[in-house]
Design a protein. Structure first.
Lengths: 171, 465
């Protein structure tokens, strides 16, 4: 069975991604965990790139590796690092969590039966349009209403954060 | 253009919310903001009901539909918005809540409810519910100088985000199994056969929606959130968020997962039985009035589910009517609490109310009768319809549980009535009710009485999806 270069890259990215994820949840030092999460994000971005979704890969790096990870790091500044390192790495419920996670993984594996692949809609295979272009036109044509509702959700979040986070009420 | 006309009720509410946000700096008193919200609510309701639209008007490539079902729930949501606006005027001025932002959040939450009720696509359904819940977190925590309110908001936020994640994960699994997000295509794929993936997805989706309607075992947030929130916000959550969750759940189950009712019926039966029993039994030991109403709302979520479990068109409309009637009677009960002020937080605050304020105790008695389900109130008609639908569909045991739970609930509702009518008053007599609160109470009482005397008034109007 011939293995193409694309497959080798895929298996590398997938294996490295899973390894990073496992390391991220098992490291004692939270800063190390965050760095492994960064590695996970980068490998997932590589997977997107491999699948031809350049835009998603870029967003993955900009939003997740750029913005969300920074929030995590900010949060770490509030944590007492030496105390975190000394404490147990897992809570009492970790076997339950492991079982739920494995259960979903098992379902996902089990349903990979022939015929299911056709059920999922084929990506809009518009010839000669980059993924950014097709993504943009889908966002502003087919999904314009969800897009606008999302902007309302963000507006509500901003207004609410300002209202709840402001200084004490002037008496 | 027709798309936008169909969306006009939401656009009116969003327009009002944006106006309030833009002028927030200049709005100091609650009254002007309340007037804007009221006008928007009336406009949205009027526009949604009167503009002649062809049946099954579909907009935005079939992800939003304005059928009779959506219009029915739009009336519930706008009425909820209008009554809560009337009820909150005094609270806002007393608790120094910024009125413009408060009303903007109310308007946006109502927009989310309307979208969830009109959605025929899980994407819109999720976004609408998310808009509603996000605004609700902030509304619960908006009295930020009150530590109880902060704690309630944090609890509600943590549990709510978890439930939203569960709902979203369920939606993702359903999409993985059916390859579609719109209800018609989901239903076509569901009728071809089931897979474990689909079953897991359906279970997670129903769990996530069960949180929104505060059905046991996803009810833990409700008592804490209602207790910590200011009473108008608690009323808004009890009536509105439950109606929105039910609207989404009924449409999704009947039109999305309709071909295979076996997938969701068992889960809903368990939710209904747990909600009715846990809600009724735990309410018995409450001494805090808002917690009592919270447990009562959990029990009512169970009763409302009976019609959906029956799965018949008759049952679906019984559930819709239940959501409608419940919204008005619970808003009325909260309205009396709001009118009485601080003293009504505890059950003992109602002692001897009939002597000091016969009008308030009369209103409260009416709403308690209706919540218990005693004729001739609307609560009886609604409860009778859902139980009848369950019996006709063959769920006799479920109906027996519902009736037994009603008997238990009569104990804690009537305990308040006994306190009001058979004890001597203690402490100072309550202050006068503000006009706005009285107006809201009058509307709620009118619906509660009229719905009981003319139970057929909803026929033809409350048609299932």
């Amino acid at each position: 069975m011939a293995i193409s270069a694309g497959q080798i890259v895929f298996y590398y990215l997938a294996a490295a991604g899973i390894a990073s994820a496992i390391l991220a949840v098992t490291r004692r030092n939270p800063v190390h965990s965050v760095l492994w999460v960064l590695s996970l994000f980068l490998h997932v971005a590589g997977l997107f790139l491999l699948a031809g979704a350049e835009f998603l890969a870029a967003v993955q790096i900009i939003v997740y590796a750029g913005a969300i990870l920074v929030v995590y790091v900010f949060f770490l500044m509030l944590v007492d690092l030496p105390k975190e390192e000394a404490g147990p790495r897992f809570g009492a419920h970790w076997p339950l969590c492991l079982m739920v996670g494995l259960g979903f993984a098992a379902i996902a594996l089990w349903v990979r039966v022939p015929g299911l692949q056709t059920a999922a809609p084929a990506p809009a295979a518009a010839p000669n349009t980059g993924s950014v272009e097709s993504f943009g036109s889908a966002l502003f044509k087919q999904f314009v209403l969800p897009f606008e509702i999302l902007s309302l959700v963000l507006l509500a979040a901003i207004v609410g954060a300002v209202v709840v986070g402001r200084r004490r009420t002037e008496a | 253009m027709t798309d936008l006309i169909l969306l006009a009720p939401e656009l009116i509410l969003v327009g009002a919310a944006l106006t309030l946000i833009l002028t927030a700096r200049h709005v100091r008193r609650a009254q002007p903001a309340a007037v804007v919200a009221l006008v928007a609510a009336v406009g949205a309701a009027g526009f949604g009901v009167t503009v002649p639209l062809q049946e099954f008007a579909v907009a935005f490539e079939g992800i939003i539909v304005r059928d009779g079902y959506a219009r029915f729930f739009n009336v519930v949501f706008t009425a909820n918005l209008a009554l809560v606006t009337l009820l909150s005027v005094r609270h806002l001025n007393a608790e120094r809540v910024r009125p413009a932002e408060y009303h903007a959040l109310l308007l946006l939450a109502t927009t989310g409810m309307m979208l969830a009720g009109s959605a025929v696509d899980v994407l819109i359904l999720y976004l609408g519910l998310e808009l509603m819940t996000l605004c609700s977190y902030f509304l619960v925590g908006i009295t930020r100088d009150n530590p109880m309110s902060n704690e309630a908001a944090i609890k509600y936020f943590l549990l709510g985000s978890f439930a939203s994640a569960v709902l979203l994960y369920g939606i993702a699994l359903v999409y993985g199994a059916t390859g579609a997000t719109d209800f018609a295509a989901i239903s076509a794929a569901v009728s071809l056969g089931q897979s474990p993936l689909l079953l897991a997805g359906v279970a997670l989706v129903i769990g996530g929606l069960g949180f929104k309607i505060a059905a046991a075992p996803f009810h833990a947030w409700a008592p804490d959130a209602y207790q910590g929130a200011s009473p108008p916000v608690a009323a808004f959550l009890a009536a509105g968020s439950k109606a929105a969750g039910l609207a989404a759940l009924v449409r999704l189950c009947l039109s999305g997962f309709g071909p295979e009712p076996g997938m969701w019926r068992g889960i809903l039966v368990a939710l209904a039985v747990l909600s009715m029993t846990i809600g009724s039994l735990l309410a018995v030991s409450q001494s805090d009035m808002k917690r009592l109403l919270a447990y009562s709302s959990i029990a009512h979520a169970g009763y409302a589910l009976l019609g959906l479990i029956a799965g018949t068109p008759e049952g679906a409309s019984a559930t819709m009517i239940y959501a409608f009637i419940y919204a008005f009677m619970t808003l009325g009960a909260f309205g009396v609490l709001i009118g009485l002020g601080e003293r009504a937080e505890q059950l003992t605050g109602f002692q001897g109310l009939a002597k000091t304020d016969p009008r308030a105790s009369g209103f409260m008695f009416l709403f308690l009768l209706s919540l218990t389900g005693i004729p001739p109130t609307a609560g009886f008609a609604a409860k009778f319809a859902v139980i009848l639908a369950a019996v006709r569909a063959g769920y006799v045991a479920l109906a027996v549980v519902a009736v037994l739970c009603s008997v238990v609930s009569a104990y804690f509702y009537m305990r308040v009535a006994v306190l009001m009518y058979m004890r001597d008053p203690e402490g100072e007599p309550p202050q006068r009710f503000p006009i706005a609160v009285l107006a809201a109470l009058a509307v709620a009482a009118l619906v509660t009485v009229a719905g009981g005397i003319f139970p057929g008034g909803f026929d033809g109007w409350a048609a299932g999806p």
